[in-house]
Write a protein that binds this ligand. Structure first.
Ligand code: GRF
Length: 222
């Protein structure tokens, strides 16, 4: 297609989604694109580090190409990191979305894609985040501490663990009798599945900038 024609149609944000498990956040992105909550974006590839991740079936059902890259298929971590970098680079994404990806992102990828990698974390950062706080553990710790409110955060990924510029947060109430599993489900339903599509839509439509380590939203609010 001619460059002018492409520009006239508008450039769609090309997204690579990295997953490890159920893929409900991947599903929220797929649904957001199909119901136009997310515009100007397309998922071009799903990368999983786990062959049995249900997220891979979700990708297949929607005709999204996927690839599985597992640490155990490589001699050492460095080779796995290189394979991951290669899988990302050959897709030429505009944005990488970590949607429940349980792999520590190699520094090389972080440097190559500054302010172009986002992550969803199931707490209100800076609470219950950092090394060791992932998946169900986050909710276990929140209940152990007895907080009355928790939530989710979408943020850009930098060199640290859960330390990058915050894009969006939403609070979710803890209820009497919550187990980690019940709380995890409520945080997903009430916060994660809403925040992640919203953040992607804002990036795809140029409404976010990062200045001095902080996210600025055009118009002040999403
Ligand atoms: C979500 O709670 C996400 O916040 C966390 O891992 C979980 C992934 O769930 N990082 P899913 O695979 O998207 O269903």
């Amino acid at each position: 297609m001619l460059k002018e024609a492409e520009e006239a149609q508008g450039h769609k944000l090309k997204i690579v989604v990295c997953v490890s498990g159920g893929g409900t956040n991947l599903q929220a992105i797929i649904d957001g694109i199909s119901n136009n909550t997310i515009t100007n974006a397309e998922i071009i590839r799903v990368i999983s580090n786990n062959k049995t991740a249900y997220a891979l079936e979700r990708a297949a059902k929607h005709g999204i190409p996927s690839v599985c890259i597992r640490p155990k298929d490589f001699m050492d971590r460095e080779q796995f990191n290189q394979a991951l970098l290669h899988a990302v680079q050959e897709s030429e994404p505009d944005l990488i979305v970590l949607a429940g990806f349980l792999v520590v992102i190699p520094q090389e990828i972080i440097h190559a894609y500054q302010n172009r990698i986002i992550n969803i974390h199931p707490s209100l950062i800076p609470s219950f985040c950092g090394t060791g706080y992932y998946g169900i553990k986050v909710h276990e710790k929140a209940l152990e501490r007895g907080v009355k409110v928790t939530g989710a955060t979408v943020h850009f990924v930098d060199e640290g663990t859960d330390t990058g510029p915050i894009i969006l947060q939403k609070a979710v109430e803890v209820e009497e009798g919550d187990t980690p599993e019940i709380l995890q489900k409520r945080v997903m339903e009430q916060a994660e599945w809403e925040l992640l599509p919203k953040a992607i839509d804002s990036i795809a439509n140029g409404r976010l900038t990062v200045e001095n380590g902080k996210v600025r939203i055009q118009g002040g609010k999403l």
